[in-house]
Design a protein around this ligand. Structure first.
Ligand code: AR6
Length: 167
């Protein structure tokens, strides 16, 4: 069964088969981790993203990783937090599930997730960590190619939350 690991760091530096991007529905880049991934991957990434015709909230689409150490980028679109009564939890869970599905379709053995929606999109970090860990845990047994799921936390608050939830 796949192992779950948590680290604090920059997702663009991770040597995994696929890194997940916290994108927006246009898939045409932005700030936060999205901006960092596009800068590190180079302009070829945006050119490929332009051909994808966007992505719905809760869904994910894959591209190559270009200049990144990772072979693939899985672009998922997290929900914007609007108080919690707009299916934010279900949509965030769907981001993690769909990203795992797509990674498996591409026979990835390792995948790294950022803390989707917890930056610019304002999702409460504690609830987001619970959802991310529960969704990955609930899907671990059915994963065939993935043997490592890495949570890459950028800020100390998320890192502490993940450490306590995974203990
Ligand atoms: N490596 C890992 N995590 C990072 C990095 C990095 N290099 N940089 C930031 N984070 P955010 P969202 C963390 O705002 O909330 C973009 O403009 C950050 O600390 O990147 O899903 C998109 O285009 C936070 O914990 O994504 C969308 O418009 C987490 O990544 C919008 O932001 C997510 O924060 C998406 O907002």
């Amino acid at each position: 069964m796949a192992k779950i690991r948590v680290i604090q760091g920059d997702i663009t530096r991770q040597m995994v088969d696929a890194i997940v991007n916290a994108a927006n529905p246009s898939l045409l880049g932005g700030g936060g981790v999205d901006g960092a991934i596009h800068r590190a991957a180079g302009p070829e990434l945006l050119a490929e993203c332009r051909r994808l015709n966007g992505c719905k909230t809760g869904d994910a689409k894959i591209t190559k990783g270009y200049r990144l150490p990772a072979s693939y980028v899985i672009h998922t679109v997290g929900p914007v937090w609007r108080g919690g009564a707009h299916q934010e939890a279900e949509l965030l869970s769907s981001c993690y599930r769909r990203s795992l599905d797509i990674a498996e379709e591409h026979t990835c053995t390792s995948i790294a997730f950022p803390n989707v929606s917890t930056g610019i999109y304002g999702f409460p970090k504690e609830l987001a960590a619970e959802i991310a860990i529960r969704t990955v845990n609930d899907n671990l047994e059915r994963l065939l190619t993935i043997d490592e799921v890495l949570f890459v936390c950028f800020d100390q608050e998320n890192y502490s939350l993940y450490q306590s939830h995974l203990r």
